[in-house]
Design a protein around this ligand. Sequence first.
Ligand code: PLP
Length: 416
Amino acid sequence: MDVTTNIKPGNALDVARIRQDFPLLSRKMNGKPIVFLDSAASSQKPEKVIDAISEYYRAQHANVHRGVYQLSQDATTAFEAVREKVRDFINAPASEEVIFVRGVTEGINLVASSFGRKFLREGDEVLITAMEHHSNIVPWQMICEEKGASLKVAPINEAGELIMEEFERLLSDRTRLVAATHVSNTLGTINPIREMVQMAHAKGIPVLVDGAQAAPHMKVDVQELDADFYTFSGHKVFGPTGIGVLYGRAKWLNAMPPYHGGGEMIKTVTFEKTTYAGLPHKFEAGTPDIAGVIGLGAAIDYVLEIGQDAITQYENQLLAYATERLKEVEGIRFIGTARNKASVASFLVEGIHPYDLGAILDKMGIAVRTGHHCTQPLMDWYGIPGTVRASLAFYNTTEDIDRLVEGVKKAVAMLR
Ligand code: PLP
């Protein structure tokens, strides 16, 4: 591919038009038109999502699953329709296997706590990878400590790819669960989840997949992956904050105890004993984030309208363009050079602290993330304090990349 030309001819996405759907992208930051390159932290929202939430509060709001009156029933219907939409979005076998949570962090904590309480014993092991986000490390550490189990870590190579032989070797008789990210938020590495699941299942071990950085960029099919748990956050797929999804195989969810106790998750309550509701309600105690669910539904509609294959293809081209252009920066070192990558360019420039670079880019209206990206053990492994991370979404353009590269060059000249 010729990455020196602008990605327009033959591109399936009309990005100029798409950008008009995102009100925030037309604002300025520090007096300059914003270049938003931090979508891995949280993506911007299209008008359709903002409007759906506003419309819900204006005209449809009532608590769900409770009222006999029409308004509540309509709210319940709209809420449950999104569950079905999510089921279809990730190709889950049944909508009762779709649990609404606050985001990936809560999804993983739910499984760690509930699965861990039921299935982890002293001497057992949980296997993660060296590239996990803190939210796929700390919940496992907490439950392992409580249960006397231990956390094992599958290593990576210098490019930031999982070493599959090591991963397979670490699947032992004591491994009770594998928890791995689909796409690394710091490196952009796409893990071979299907193969990892096959290896784990060959030993009867279930697998949880952290889909935080995959769901915004590619079609996810939990049946094709054969994942036992898959979780993603609404705010990274162009939906609202505070809402996310945990898919779990019914076989496991039915065997796991509830995570939170309260209203909605019960069948009967007496002071002596409570019996629990079936799926998915067993895991959805209390009033849910109804507006968040409605907004998530609008976000999924929006992504599907644009087309997931077109998104993946466009972002791959844009990432290749960004990588080529960034090579012009003298002293640049890429962190994360896996063969299979998605939408993240993480780098350092020799002799310059990432934070200083980020602060100067900010003055130029360029929003990138600097630091450890909630992957401190990964930074320790590379022996670096952090990186500058430019993360892409389908609303980014080659002009954004050009401004980033020119900005980095200028900042480097100032700081050297
Ligand atoms: N896992 C990965 C790979 C992430 O990138 C993130 C957020 O950046 C999370 C988990 C946590 O997601 P949330 O903060 O939406 O719960």
